[in-house]
Design a protein. Structure first.
Lengths: 278, 585
């Protein structure tokens, strides 16, 4: 089957700084894919390139088998995006915004109105129809951004930190929606710092660090790969990072895998640092 | 919970999206953004009535000014064109059209700079929707048509054609055609320049430098704008330098758009000449459109227009060194510094923070000193005639540019304002530190302005006038500090350094604040004139000094009282402070 997302040697430089370095990424259709990395690793830059918001310096991107550079308008009809800053028009109401987005994606008026109503209802945003988006809480804005990203029924959905600043109730709503989309055959590509959520939702994960893709595969494959790392390092990591979120003994959590892979490049604080803290 | 009925499979076979649908959607978006700009939070009770009254007053005050700003250039262009033709100076038409073209671009680019800071709609965000490039180009061109500069420029072009037609009826038709083509050319020229400036203005440092250049050029324009007499009636050595330059450049304008437009109008009814000249104008328009399209295509493909990319964190080794060094400073050096310091360490830290904010903002820093240029200019006219008014006027103008910041002292802190409520600091210390930085700037500017005045004045300024000006200065600064600090607590407004042209007044509170500020500023400034006049009329040279001494003492007293109640006031209004300054939308 044609991959939903396929990149070859994807690179983006900003002057001398290489934000994304030769990334080869493959996401099969129907996968719930988690894209992880520390702050400044290149996650958002990658997602911007995959959605056509940022031009790559070199490399290629294929979405659903089509080249993004050549067929950008056609591909954009098949994808939905919740970008880093949500890109909302904050001087509109939620209803107005969804109606605008629906029309821009070519939905007819009746379908746009119907889906707007359904989405606002589903996201619990229908109660204050005259409230401007600027006056929404952060969580409400996230839910609206997601509603706008799915109003045209995309086959591939890109989410940049969808759960950041979202309360448990709203996060529950978002998760239900995303899982239903997966069940209906959509592909979801998300970045998140909340590793527990990624572990619970995603079937496949890639980890980017300092612009380079350092791991990619299913959770089981990552666990197996991490297991091959030095035993001493693994033991130290388990001792240091074990917590309440840990799973059964012997099975590494995603957090442990992540810290093992990313932490391997070493940012362990020395004991002298912050020694004045009680 | 409601169920979602849509399924992703419904998008399988999709016909192309009609251009009309997307163009209408964007037009509707613009309309809703415009309508919603009038949607405001409504206060209740007496504040609602007060807000309404001030809203009406503000509109009565602002609308005539805005009307003059729009209709002034239009009327001036039409009248000038009429007078040039009817007075028999057709050769001056090309330089006048060149002036119109420069004015058009000047207003447009400056408007863009303001919009960069205040815009509610960034058309480049439309690239995330499934729009083919030709449609995006059309959209961006159409969106540009709604700019004030385009409307004013088109109306001014029409006014020129009408003015020429009234002066000489047979020129009306070629004038309408030529000015129509001239307007189209200008629209694409504006779009082309705009696209490039958008690229450059994405850089904060360029934006800051550009704002300063614009502020300076505004002062220059105030001085150099040609009067009707200058254009029509002055000749030879009597002409101002800019008119001499225009005359000298008239010949070289022949193959440029203003020259082509003038040529088409003044061709004496030769159809071929008119057609060729208009074709030349349209060729220019095509060229500008092509350059605009090239730039826009890069943006469409995903060119990033931000100040700087995110950069990975520093290596830990260097971080560790920095931390240990700061620890040493903290334990060993800081206490000895405190012992010898005249001000408390808290105020010193706050002052340092204010200084760093100021230092990092070139636009704010250099912008503060632009009023001094005007003092220099003022001296040439006023000093020659009324020495006794020169000093007060110069000080008034300098302070006018400074005291505005007194009314929003927490604005640049943004979310950081919460720190003041969390940290063990007294709000009065915070306010004193902020006011000290402001007073330092006032002191520097006033010293420079005062020195300029003393040097430039043609006669020595009497001591009584200088003492009166000094007392007025203390009164004015103290009164504005007191009232400004009060309003800063009661009606804060978020301000982003580097994007200082926050012109929007988004809430009734701010509208109230704007009017009150205006009243205090104008009242404080204009009260000098009658007192100075009375002192002169009644031969009481020390009257001004006496009156302003009393007012200064009262104003300083008010400021001290305000500082004493700063703690309780900020606690009372902390909800408003944090709500306004911490909002992200």
């Amino acid at each position: 089957m044609t991959p939903a997302i396929d990149t070859t040697a994807l690179t983006r430089r900003f002057g001398d700084f290489t934000a994304v370095d030769e990334v080869n990424l493959t996401v099969a259709q129907g996968q719930f894919f988690g894209f992880l990395g520390p702050n400044g690793a290149g996650k958002s830059t990658t997602i911007k390139m995959l959605t056509g918001l940022l031009a790559p310096t070199s490399g290629s991107i294929r979405i659903l088998g089509e080249d993004l550079g050549e067929k950008s308008a056609e591909i954009k009809r098949q994808i939905g995006v919740v970008p880093e800053g949500m890109a909302l028009f904050t001087r509109l109401t939620a209803n107005e915004y969804l109606r605008f987005v629906g029309r821009m994606y070519g939905l007819d008026k009746a379908t746009t109105l119907e889906r707007t109503r359904e989405l606002l209802d589903f996201m619990h945003l229908a109660d204050e129809p005259k409230k401007l988006i600027a006056d929404f809480s952060h969580g409400m804005q996230k839910k609206l951004a997601l509603a706008a990203a799915v109003i045209h029924g995309p086959k591939v959905l890109f989410l940049d930190e969808p759960f950041e600043g979202v309360d448990a109730v709203a996060a529950g709503t978002l998760k239900i929606m995303l899982q239903r989309m997966i069940a209906r055959g959509a592909t979801i590509f998300l970045t998140s710092h909340v590793l527990e959520i990624v572990e619970r939702l995603c079937t496949h994960v890639a980890i980017i660090h300092k612009g380079k893709l350092v791991a990619q595969g299913s959770l089981e494959e990552l666990r197996a790969g991490a297991g091959r790392l030095s035993a001493a390092s693994q033991a130290a990591s388990s001792t240091l990072h074990a917590g309440p979120g840990d799973q059964s003994p012997g099975v590494q959590s995603l957090e442990q895998i992540f810290l093992e892979i990313v932490g391997a490049s070493g940012e362990t604080p020395s004991e002298q640092e912050l020694s004045w803290l009680s | 919970m409601a169920e979602l009925k849509g399924s992703p499979g419904a998008m399988a076979a999709m016909p192309p999206i009609p251009a009309r649908v997307q163009l209408m959607a964007v037009a509707w978006l613009r309309w809703r953004l415009f309508v919603n700009a009038f949607v405001r939070r409504r206060p209740k009770g007496p504040r609602q009535v007060m807000g309404l009254v001030f809203a009406i007053l503000l509109r009565i005050f602002l609308w005539p000014i805005l009307s003059i700003m729009v209709l002034g250039p239009v009327g001036f262009s039409g009248f000038l064109a009429w007078e040039l033709i009817s007075e028999g100076h057709p050769r001056e038409l090309a330089p006048v059209l060149a002036g119109l073209m420069i004015f058009w671009q000047f207003v447009s680019i400056n408007g863009m700079n303001i919009a960069t800071a205040t815009k509610t709609f960034d058309p480049s965000t439309l690239t995330r929707f499934p729009i083919p490039f030709p449609r995006y180009l059309v959209l961006r061109t159409l969106i540009g048509l709604l700019a004030v500069s385009t409307i004013v420029g088109c109306l001014a072009s029409l006014a020129v054609a009408v003015g020429i037609g009234i002066a000489q009826r047979e020129l009306l038709l070629p004038a309408l055609m030529a000015m129509g083509a001239f307007a189209v050319m200008n629209i694409f020229f504006t779009r082309m320049l705009g696209a490039w400036f958008e690229r450059w203005l994405a850089n904060r440092r360029f934006r800051e430098i550009f704002s300063v250049l614009m502020a300076t050029s505004f002062i220059f324009v105030q001085l150099a704008v040609p009067s009707r007499q200058a254009v029509v009636h002055t000749h030879g050595a009597m002409m101002p330098w800019y008119m001499r330059l225009a005359h000298q450049s008239a010949a070289s304008l022949g193959w440029l758009p203003p020259g082509l437009a003038a040529h088409a109008i003044l061709s004496g009814g030769q159809v071929l000449t008119v057609v060729v000249a208009i074709a030349g104008l349209l060729a220019y328009a095509g060229l500008f459109l092509a350059i605009f399209a090239v730039r826009l295509h890069k943006q469409f493909l995903g060119e990033l227009l931000v100040d700087s990319p995110s950069v990975a964190s520093k290596p830990p080794a260097r971080r560790a060194k920095r931390i240990s060094k700061s620890t040493v400073v903290r334990t060993d050096v800081a206490p000895s510094r405190v012992e010898h310091s005249l001000i408390s360490p808290i105020i010193a830290a706050l002052l340092r923070k204010e200084f760093l904010i100021l230092k990092a903002n070139t636009q704010m820093l250099v912008g503060l000193f632009t009023p001094l240029l005007f003092v220099f200019v003022l001296g040439h006219g006023l000093a020659a005639r009324h020495t006794e008014y020169f000093l007060p006027t110069a000080l008034g103008y300098v302070l006018l540019g400074l005291v505005g910041s007194f009314y929003n002292v927490f604005g640049a802190d943004g979310m950081g304002v919460q720190f003041y409520f969390m940290a063990p600091v007294r709000m009065s210390s915070v306010i004193v530190a902020k006011n000290m930085m402001q007073l330092a700037l006032v002191a520097i500017q006033v010293t420079v302005a005062w020195s300029l005045v003393v040097v430039m004045a043609q006669h020595p300024i009497p001591l009584s006038v200088q003492v009166a000006a000094g007392m007025w200065l203390i009164f004015f600064v103290a009164a504005n500090l007191a009232f400004g600090t009060l309003r800063s607590i009661q009606a804060p407004r978020r301000y982003i350094p580097g994007q200082s042209r926050q012109l929007k007044q988004t809430t009734p509170t701010n509208r109230t604040s704007a009017l009150l500020v205006l009243a205090v500023l104008l009242g404080g400034l204009t009260m000098q004139a009658p007192i100075t006049y009375a002192a002169h009329y009644f031969h009481l040279p020390w009257l001004g000094a006496a009156v302003f001494s009393v007012l200064a003492a009262a104003a300083v007293g008010c400021y001290v009282l305000l500082l004493q109640s700063a703690e309780s006031l900020t606690m009372k209004y902390r909800d408003r402070l944090t709500e306004e300054l911490c909002k992200t939308g």
